[in-house]
Write a protein that binds this ligand. Structure first.
Ligand code: C2E
Ligand code: MG
Ligand code: MG
Ligand code: MG
Length: 286
């Protein structure tokens, strides 16, 4: 391609390509080492039912602390790991580590684990999930798998079969980032989700774009009639929280409630949250 545009273009194009190839090779090597050297950790972000004042679960989020690169955001390495075929292995580590940590929590909360597209389509997905549960002792009801529609849209029939097998194990299934793709009503009606997570872009638009509230209301109403739970992601302000509650969406996740943090910090946060709720209840009674 560069040759067609003559020498000038050719000269600037080639070193760039080499650099990109080299950078990708480095990243791949560092990622493989990260898994071996234990540079991955999990952070957990609570989801609260603001109606009942209860923590309903936590989402496990992958973190990479690289001695060489520093803290690398998931968006900078997960899509790449997916592309080079490493995300299935990393995702398996996440699944097992999340189940292990959750099994040790004082409160029997649900833990939500994000599944990558390749993980979702692996033949041995069911076996891997079963193993993670068995070796950790976590009851299947306490595991929720988060899947985006990208993983399902090309083959809805096949996806339905996989989800039904997972459901038969007793696991719950959340449709993540709802509203960012093409999900139709029939998609929602026919696939056995137990939760819909409204993407944070809608939450962000609340109070900015008038249609955002209408969309949240429609999704929440639909989930209610389908008997599916609904959670709003990325709640950052009191105003967004109030608007979500007004539209009937009480289960919230976001920086306003808590940032994702390590398990130990989460335990402290949960105690504080329970104490604050108890304080509120006493204030009402007094
Ligand atoms: P996600 O599954 O939709 O996770 C929610 C993301 O939103 C997290 O970003 C979280 O830190 C962020 N977030 C939570 N509350 C707020 C808020 O109030 N405001 C804003 N602006 N952001 C908020 P994170 O941890 O950077 O992860 C980004 C994405 O990377 C995740 O989106 C998920 O798609 C993917 N990811 C993370 N961990 C894993 C994993 O273990 N496996 C797979 N396959 N994907 C993962
Ligand atoms: Mg998620
Ligand atoms: Mg999400
Ligand atoms: Mg997301």
């Amino acid at each position: 391609r560069a040759k067609e545009h003559g020498r000038a273009c050719h000269r600037t194009y080639e070193p760039d390509m080499e650099l990109v190839v080299q950078q990708r090779r480095d990243l791949e090597q560092d990622l493989r080492r990260a898994l071996e050297l234990g540079e991955f950790t999990l952070h957990f972000q609570p989801v609260v039912d603001t109606g009942r004042g209860q923590i309903t679960g936590c989402e496990a989020l992958l973190r990479w602390e690289s001695p060489k690169r520093g803290r690398v955001p998931p968006g900078d390495f997960i899509p790449f790991a997916e592309e080079i075929g490493m995300m299935s292995e990393i995702g398996d580590w996440v699944l097992r580590a999340a189940c292990r940590e959750a099994a040790g929590w004082v409160q029997p909360l649900t833990v939500s684990v994000n599944l990558s597209v390749t993980q979702f389509h692996r033949e041995d997905l069911l076996a891997r999930v079963s193993l993670a549960l068995a070796e950790s002792g976590l009851p299947a009801e306490r595991l929720e798998l988060e899947i985006t529609e990208t993983a399902m849209i090309d083959d809805v029939v096949g996806a339905t079969a996989i989800l039904e097998q997972l459901r038969r194990l007793g696991i719950r299934i959340a449709l993540d980032d709802f509203g960012t793709g093409y999900s139709s009503l029939s998609f929602l009606r026919n696939l056995p989700f137990t939760r819909i997570k409204i993407d944070r872009s809608f939450v962000h638009d609340l109070g900015i774009k008038p249609e955002a509230a209408a969309i949240v209301r429609a999704v929440t109403g639909m989930c209610d009639s389908l008997k599916v739970s609904v959670t709003a992601e990325g709640v950052e302000t009191e105003r967004q929280m109030a608007m979500l509650q007004a539209e009937g969406c009480a289960e919230l996740q976001g920086f306003l409630i808590s940032r994702p943090c390590p398990s130990a910090e989460l335990a402290v946060w949960m105690d504080d949250y329970a104490r604050a709720r108890a304080g509120e209840a006493e204030a009402v009674l007094a």
